[in-house]
Write a protein of this length. Structure first.
Length: 674
């Protein structure tokens, strides 16, 4: 080595030189001779200190350098020169091309490729040369061009802390890499996927693409892939873009979006020869809006639309079939099949008897909820969503009067006996108002078994309170605790694990548009859906999300193109209204083209036809308009945005009802009564 670096404690010269005695003891006779001539002479601190090179709290000692040793300069510029010298040496290695041939590593070729992808970026803050140097130094004999591309995108992404444009460049490199590996046209990709694995693409879709390939291919805008983020592209490649059986990607992001659009409008019952042109027009409209980032459909829709297994719904709400071995395992199978099809699950477990309750059939006693939930926990891990696309996810809902409530609150904690834990499940409490009243009054709370105190889960509001208090007066409870003791246990669990979720049973039922069907007993996995379920019906919701920041119009009249505060920038409610109506019609079509994992889900979805429209980018919209989040203008815009979405969805729903008729359970619903 040419430099010996010893980092000493301290930040000033006094503290550094205070460690000289310690440093001298580490210096070899050869190093002393190099520094001071005669190694036996007396070492003087002044002489010694004059030889020191102190930089950034580090102490550098010059030592003898052998001829064989490589010279490392002590400044950044020279160090970079050495790197480039080493990079030049690597240019003699061979590179394996995609067609199996080989060529010499060409630094200039790599440089030109990355420069061609850096258009529009902030070049003063972007060092393409440094990226190329790192790439060349990271190569090895017979490295593939695909590996060079991966190294290039990862190198650029790793430099994103220096400037955000490095991330944009990384995304462009990665998008270009995907383009290199995939067919040049959408129709070629569809035919490859149709042939691959005995036809993974829906046959009707493949036939349509064969007939109309020119029209469809011309609608694809490949350059829009360059606008995606690096993280977004990696996520798409990992889980969303269709692949061969060997795992090779066959889709580009734009192909996926076109597949989704065609799958919604041109597959199943939604395609007929006389309506082909109209269906294609609707599909192209959907593709264009999704491609430009105005909205997206749910993950299962992106996974499966246009395929031979079009399960397009996200949310499933399940009720325990019955409190028996057959009922429990029938429900477990339902959950497993739904998870296999990429559905997230909310499961109400209120009706399962508590620990210690008598079992008539075996003359024994029940083990309660915990052992049962551990079985569901293992199933959620084993049966992931969509064959490895994302982990299985179940949320278990329980009312706080259940006698096993304290045991359930401990299930997700990181300590305790393993046989008393089920950490991969999520938990939610379906809380009646009466419990919160007892907490407020510091009153007693009675814990009950649903096998002995029947019907509590099937009622709400005043009816629930009367029934619950009747059971209390009759002594039909397992034990009583202070309501605040249970409340503290709930808060402790939330602090430690982030769960249980808290949803309020009476408020949810009072505001439900399905109150004519009966008491709603749970929400879904993510708690944004509240729908009716029973033993025969599995509630389903079909989702889409609108990106609000795309509806900001700049002073130049372009949507979503302003990054600076402008007095002339405004939110385009008319465009939002138009897009929401399109989304509503899409979701209605999904109900019909969908393949349902269980019969109860099909029954429920066709009877009630529920849809869910969410949003993202509200904060971004405020920022682009220069509105403080808590300002009156922001509050007014917030209300106006959701009024616009609600009005558009209702208007579109009314138009669909005129065309196709009202859904089966509309009569008697709050909507039917105005």
């Amino acid at each position: 080595i040419s430099l010996l670096s010893l980092l000493l404690q301290g930040t000033n010269s006094h503290s550094v030189f205070g460690g000289v005695d310690k440093l001298i003891s580490l210096v070899t006779p050869q190093q002393k001779h190099s520094l001071f001539g005669d190694s036996n002479s007396e070492l003087k601190i002044n002489n010694f200190s004059s030889k020191l090179n102190i930089r950034g709290g580090s102490l550098f000692l010059p030592v003898e350098q052998n001829e064989e040793e490589s010279k490392i300069e002590d400044n950044v510029d020279n160090h970079t020169s050495v790197e480039r010298s080493e990079a030049s040496e690597n240019e003699d290695i061979s590179v394996t091309k995609r067609d199996g041939g080989w060529e010499r590593l060409d630094r200039n070729k790599i440089l030109k490729r990355i420069q061609s992808l850096s258009f529009g970026l902030n070049s003063p803050y972007l060092s393409v040369e440094n990226i190329v140097d790192t790439i060349v130094m990271g190569t090895y004999p017979n490295v593939t061009t695909d590996e060079i591309d991966t190294l290039a995108s990862e190198t650029a992404a790793s430099m994103s802390t220096k400037h955000p444009d490095y991330t944009r460049l990384a995304a462009r490199i990665y998008a270009s890499q995907i383009h290199k590996k995939t067919p040049d046209s959408f129709s070629e990709a569809v035919f490859s996927l149709y042939d691959e694995g005995n036809g993974f693409i829906d046959g009707k879709l493949a036939e349509l693409v064969k007939r109309r390939s020119k029209d469809i291919n011309e609608k694809i805008v490949h350059s829009r892939d360059m606008d995606l983020t690096y993280f977004g592209l990696k996520t798409l490649e990992r889980s969303y873009l269709l692949k061969t059986e060997k795992g090779d990607v066959l889709e580009r992001p734009q192909y996926m979006l076109m597949r989704v659009a065609l799958g919604i409008h041109c597959c199943g019952e939604n395609l007929s020869p006389e309506k082909e042109d109209t269906s294609l027009e609707a599909a192209f409209e959907t593709y264009d809006l999704m491609s430009n980032g105005y909205f997206t459909h749910a993950s299962p829709t992106l996974f499966h639309s246009g395929t031979i297994h079009p399960q397009l719904s996200s949310c499933f709400l399940v009720q325990m079939s019955e409190d028996s071995i057959n009922g429990i395992y029938d429900t477990l199978k339902r959950c497993a099949v739904i998870s296999k099809s990429a559905g997230g699950i909310g499961l109400s477990a209120h009706n399962i008897r508590a620990r210690g309750t008598y079992i008539k059939g075996t003359r024994g006693v029940s083990n309660g909820l915990v052992p049962m939930l551990r079985v569901f926990d293992v199933t959620s891990r084993y049966v992931d969503q969509g064959g490895g696309k994302r982990p299985g996810a179940f949320a278990i809902y329980l009312e706080p009067w259940h006698a096993d409530i304290f045991d359930v609150l401990n299930l997700k904690k990181n300590h305790g006996k393993e046989e008393q834990r089920a950490r991969d499940l999520f938990y939610g409490l379906w809380v009646p108002d009466l419990f919160m009243k007892r907490v407020q009054e510091d009153g007693k709370w009675s814990l009950m078994c649903p096998n002995q105190s029947k019907g509590l889960a099937q009622c709400h509001g005043e009816e629930f309170e009367k029934l619950y208090e009747q059971y209390e007066s009759e002594g039909k409870f397992v034990r009583q605790v202070r309501a605040r003791e249970l409340w503290r246990a709930i808060l402790d669990a939330q602090i430690e694990t982030g769960t249980p979720y808290l949803l309020y049973k009476d408020a949810a039922n009072a505001k439900s548009n399905q109150k004519n069907l009966g008491t709603i007993q749970c929400s879904n996995l993510c708690t944004e859906i509240i729908q009716y379920t029973d033993e025969d019906e599995v509630a389903v919701c079909n989702l889409a999300s609108i990106c609000l920041s795309r509806f900001i119009v700049s002073s130049r009249g372009k949507y979503g193109s302003t990054n600076s505060v402008s007095e002339k920038a405004y939110f385009d409610h008319d465009a939002l209204h138009r897009v929401t109506k399109i989304v509503t019609r899409n979701l209605n079509k999904i109900i019909d083209v969908n393949v349902y994992p269980v019969e109860g889900a099909k029954k429920s979805n066709h009877r009630h036809r529920p849809i869910g429209i969410g949003v993202s980018g509200l904060a971004d919209a405020f920022l682009r308009l220069g509105l403080p989040f808590t300002s009156d203008q922001a509050k007014q815009l917030n209300e106006a945005i959701f009024e616009t979405i609600y009005h558009a969805a209702l208007e579109s729903s009314a138009e669909l009802a005129e065309e196709e008729g009202a859904y089966e359970t509309f009569t008697g619903s709050p909507a039917s009564e105005g």
